[in-house]
Design a protein around this ligand. Sequence first.
Ligand code: ADP
Length: 191
Amino acid sequence: MFNLILFGPPGSGKGTQSEKLIAKYGLKHLSTGDLLRSEISHQTPLGKEAQNFMDKGQLVPDEVVIGMISSALDGNPNAKGFLFDGFPRTAAQAEALDKLLELKNAPIAVMLALEVSEAELIKRLLKRGETSGRSDDNNENVIRARITEYHNKTAVVADYYKQFEKVEMVKGEGSIDEIFDRLCKEIDKRA
Ligand code: ADP
């Protein structure tokens, strides 16, 4: 099993690159943002709870997303590997993920961390907001709140994996294909 985390701030291109990576490497894509939006569109109790946080640009509580990931792992017993996108986003989520993967004897192989300047992030998110239908993308205050959450709670997740020498920083600016090539090089070194 090959398990990979694609890491980076909101707007760093995780979703775009994930689509290309799962196609090339045959991994199962687990995006907590997508899973949460699906819960919201089905108006489930979990979705209704999550929406209050997401509308403000805040992280959804750890136990909610950890439970969701745990079910997704159980629901895909034959996966060749998982690509985690937007998860883990806090130190507690990282520790919980390690425990879940320990049970499967399939640790995280590598965390690829996309680096993008803040000005570029805001530009990309506002542009995505014009067409994505995501209400958290067309309000600059909500975008800034998400970036603040990233600095306060999520950036430490990279430090967590650095202890185990699992982090590779990847420049997240340039063309989609250039960035994809950089990511593939890092994966091929470790796969
Ligand atoms: P982006 O990376 O552009 O912020 P996502 O789709 O990954 O987009 O996340 C959208 C929102 O969903 C986040 O702002 C947050 O409220 C919630 N969310 C997604 N993943 C997590 C997570 N692992 N922990 C807590 N909240 C999350």
